[in-house]
Design a protein around this ligand. Structure first.
Ligand code: HEM
Length: 210
């Protein structure tokens, strides 16, 4: 399989981060409220992975290296896994498993509903990230997977609602997301493609000696 080591490296990094956080939480090394730190870290992890997933195509266009695309699907599935862990740790640590309180929680903290919408979108993308769904859905597959643009906006809104006044990191994520979305505008994407083809031509030009 091409890029096998690269794929394994990405897998190992993405899998070890939540294990490390869980181990710290287990040893009460995440401060006085480990549950909350875990929920926050996993939420931010999901957002960072979402941005990374969105960044793979532009990186491939600029560098011409196929390895970026080789890990795109994996990163998308890791985004979903982190979001699932984020949701599970919210239900377990912050809600204490009292599902009957969920209705009351949604009224008090509407950003949870926004997070749930993002999670539903990620679920749809993960379930259809396979060759069988691609074949079955045909042209509709691409349209469905454009949902990623909406999910990133929903996730940023969800985070902004949580952090409120402490918006430093939020601005950083929002700026990266804006740049990545701008790169998907057809004229910009075409210009990037041309840049890459131009680079290839220069590399392949035979050297003139003497
Ligand atoms: C069912 C879905 C979701 C639920 C129930 C949920 C719940 C929560 C809760 C309760 C918090 C605040 C924790 C606290 O500080 O008190 C939070 C924060 C956050 N969530 Fe979610 N969330 C969901 C989905 C998502 C998704 C899909 C993403 C991103 C892809 C996400 C990213 C974040 C981020 C970045 C934060 C802020 C973390 C911080 O303050 O450092 N969440 N979420």
């Amino acid at each position: 399989m091409r890029y096998a080591w690269w794929r394994i490296a990405v897998f190992t990094c993405a899998a070890s981060v939540p294990c490390y956080w869980l181990a710290l939480a287990w040893q009460f090394a995440l401060g006085p409220d480990p549950g909350k730190v875990l929920v926050d870290n996993l939420g931010q992890g999901a957002l960072v992975l979402l941005l990374l997933t969105l960044g793979m195509t532009p990186l491939q266009r600029v560098t011409g290296w196929g390895g970026w695309l080789a890990v795109r699907r994996q990163l998308g599935l890791w985004t979903f896994s982190y979001a699932l862990l984020h949701l599970t740790s919210y239900l377990y640590f912050l809600l204490g498993g009292e599902f009957s309180r969920l209705g009351e929680e949604l009224q008090e903290r509407p950003y949870i509903l926004v997070g749930m919408l993002g999670f539903l979108g990620l679920t749809a993308l993960s379930l259809t990230s396979n060759r069988w769904s691609m074949r079955r859905l045909g042209k509709r597959w691409k349209a469905l997977h454009r949902l990623i643009y909406l999910i990133i906006i929903v996730a940023l809104l969800h985070m902004l609602w949580v952090v409120r006044s402490d918006v430093g990191r939020w601005f950083l994520y929002a700026a990266i997301a804006t740049a990545l979305l701008a790169l998907r505008i057809p004229v910009v994407a075409i210009a990037l493609g041309k840049l890459q083809r131009g680079k290839k031509k220069i590399r392949n030009k035979p050297e003139i000696n003497g």
